[in-house]
Design a protein around this ligand. Structure first.
Ligand SMILES: [Zn+2]
Length: 156
């Protein structure tokens, strides 16, 4: 009476269209055809650049690496459309400046990494982690993972 088939559910994005599903995933943003500004989440109606009146945007895959610009501890459930695991547990959030685009993208930090482990300027990469399971699949979302987690103990 084993139920062993359930571990093989397909993975599906918790929010459709925000990232690719490859082993090395990247976020999907848009770039203004006129001024070249990058946007994430995607912008497709008007350009936020006040100097630009473009309404034409192209989908782009954004850098999957960057450096931590700022970080914080989230003790509250994030507002929609962000999704959090249930039951809700506090987690670290990092604002990461993308390598190429130099734009800052917010994301959860992977499980097992605490705020105390993070430092401004730390290199991170984008990974997908499961959020929750449904009948048909396992919902995943993007998270930031330190590329080389230094174990900086507080030796004072
Ligand atoms: Zn523009």
């Amino acid at each position: 009476m084993s139920d062993s088939g359930t571990d093989n559910k397909p993975r599906a994005p918790a929010i459709e269209g925000w990232h690719t599903m490859e082993a090395k995933p990247c976020l999907i943003g848009t770039q203004c055809d006129e001024c070249g500004s990058y946007f994430f989440p995607r912008q497709s109606h008007y350009c936020k650049n006040p100097q630009c009146e473009s309404t034409d945007f192209s989908d782009v895959e954004l850098s999957r690496t960057g450096h931590i610009w700022s970080y914080t501890n989230a003790c509250y459930k994030p507002p929609a459309p962000f999704v959090a695991a249930e039951p809700f547990q506090p987690y670290a959030i990092a604002a990461v400046q993308l390598e190429k685009e130099q734009m800052v993208v917010l994301g959860q930090v992977v499980e097992g990494v605490d705020v105390e482990d993070l430092k401004v300027g730390m290199a991170v990469e984008l990974v997908l982690e499961p959020l929750h399971e449904t009948e048909d699949d396992i919902k995943v979302t993007w998270k930031w993972k330190p590329i080389q987690l230094e174990h900086t103990q507080h030796v004072e």
